[in-house]
Design a protein around this ligand. Structure first.
Ligand code: PLP
Length: 440
């Protein structure tokens, strides 16, 4: 096949005729609960460009929800995974273990925050990492309660949907939910106006009064909330929570499934807030698109469960592990941590400029290549989800893939690949600007 032309190009109506055909088959064959933001079907992708089955080329500002952080079909990832596929496709680490699993654990120990001794368990999905983190924390502490923050997203399995904030679409009709999960108020500076200290005091009061520290196994927090709308906590908030957890024997778990793996210009977003979580969860961007997830934590906590207590058939699959090793290698070799700063340097000022022009943008926030705008009805704090829908639809029509987010559906999140060029980023921004102009 010809290499993909790395540019935006709309050559049919969106969706094009082949996508329309596939949509018909999809509606007949695929469960309705699995929905898609757009009725277009992807065929290929490279770098920051996705090509649909009709040949339309899109600038991808979502990266499959922050998965293709180092770029679609990255050469090093493709080579490592392809080679591994021919050597050992599956071993089942609990039966015939292999080196790549160990190497990923070593890399995670090296790159997650904190210089203490760490150990790792590998899994298949983000939700599975969250589930295992809770299992380990419960085993270690001998306590049962799990605390999470308002607006959190932790997954779709029974335990993790109970830990997720939003009823629709994640929980409604799917109960009974797992017990002993408590939703504490968090820090949402745009909406609560609280300082980090005040927001932390509010969270801690809830933890102490409503759960009680003696029953609390863990507090799970996203350093920057993903699905919840890229909510960046106020200064000092996370550090105050970590201090309280440490003082009370509560395992402090950072769900970095969306914010980790170089997305914010550090390996893990926790580093921006000066916290060293007892456990860090990785998934999305860790293996260049292959399914892999990890729980990495203090060795004494990770070693609490008995032999045989953790694992899974496909968990830490050798092909996915080889891809993850390539991702770590490319982050180092190409200096990709700095690329997040380059992207922020172009995108954030452009979003602030749009905010000055369009009062529907209530807030611009985020760090590195994890940025967002929160849309409101002009002059109010009222969420404006309609504007988000109109803008994402406009962008798709013009060859730009945008993702929504937020408890109120009123946030546009930007998760471009670190491989996106300045030119493509600027072009996507100009489409977004046209989108805002078209709203009036
Ligand atoms: C995506 C996500 C999850 C769930 O990961 P899956 O791989 O979809 O199970 C959990 N936590 C956060 C913060 C996420 O962004």
């Amino acid at each position: 096949m010809e290499p993909i032309e790395l540019q935006r190009r709309v050559v049919t109506a969106i969706p094009g005729p082949r996508s329309v055909e596939l949509q018909k088959r999809r509606l007949a064959a695929v469960a309705a609960g699995v929905s898609s933001a757009l009725p277009i079907f992807a065929e290929r992708a490279h770098g920051a460009i996705v090509v649909d089955v009709d040949g339309n080329h899109y600038i991808d500002l979502g990266s499959g929800i922050g998965v293709m952080t180092i770029g679609h079909t990255d050469e090093a990832v493709v080579a490592a995974a392809s080679e591994q596929l021919t050597l050992l496709t599956h071993g089942m680490f609990t039966i015939t273990p292999y080196e790549s699993y160990i190497r990923v654990a070593e890399l995670l120990a090296q790159h997650t925050p904190g210089s203490f001794a760490k150990k790792t368990v590998l899994l298949n999905s983000g939700a599975e990492a969250v589930e295992n983190a809770v299992k380990i924390a419960r085993h270690y502490t001998g306590r049962t309660a799990v605390a999470v923050l308002d607006h959190a997203y932790h997954g779709r399995t029974n335990l993790t949907m109970a830990m997720t904030f939003k009823a629709m679409p994640y929980k409604s009709g799917f109960g009974p939910l797992a017990p002993s999960v408590y939703h504490a108020p968090g820090s949402y500076p745009f909406r609560d106006g609280l300082s980090g200290a005040d927001a932390a005091a509010r969270t801690i009061t809830y933890l102490e009064k409503s759960i009680g520290a003696r029953d609390l196994a863990c507090l799970v927090a996203e350093p920057i909330q993903g699905e919840g709308g890229f909510v960046v906590p106020a200064d000092g908030y996370l550090a105050a929570l970590q201090d309280w957890c440490t003082a009370n024997g509560v395992v402090f778990i950072a769900d970095e499934i969306q914010s980790g793996m170089a997305r914010t210009g550090k390996y893990y977003a926790s580093e921006h807030f000066g916290v060293e979580p007892d456990m860090v969860l990785s998934a999305k961007g860790i293996a260049g698109g292959l399914p892999l997830a990890a729980v990495t934590g203090r060795a004494e906590i990770m070693d609490a469960p008995h032999a045989g207590g953790l694992g899974g058939t496909f968990a830490g699959n050798p092909v996915a592990a080889a891809a993850a090793i390539a991702v770590f290698g490319e982050i180092e070799r190409r200096g990709l941590l700095a690329e997040a700063g380059r992207i922020e340097g172009i995108l954030k000022p452009a979003l602030v400029e749009l905010q000055a022009k369009y009062p529907t943008i209530g807030d611009v926030r985020g760090i590195g290549a994890m940025l967002a705008i929160e849309l409101v009805k002009p002059g109010t704090m009222e969420p404006n989800a309609a504007a988000v829908s109109a803008l994402t639809a406009f962008a798709a029509q013009h060859g730009v893939l945008l993702l929504s987010a937020g408890t109120f559906g009123n946030v546009i999140r930007f998760l471009p690949s670190l491989a996106i060029t300045d030119d493509l980023l600027r072009e996507a921004i100009s489409v977004l600007g046209d989108g805002f102009a078209s709203l009036d």
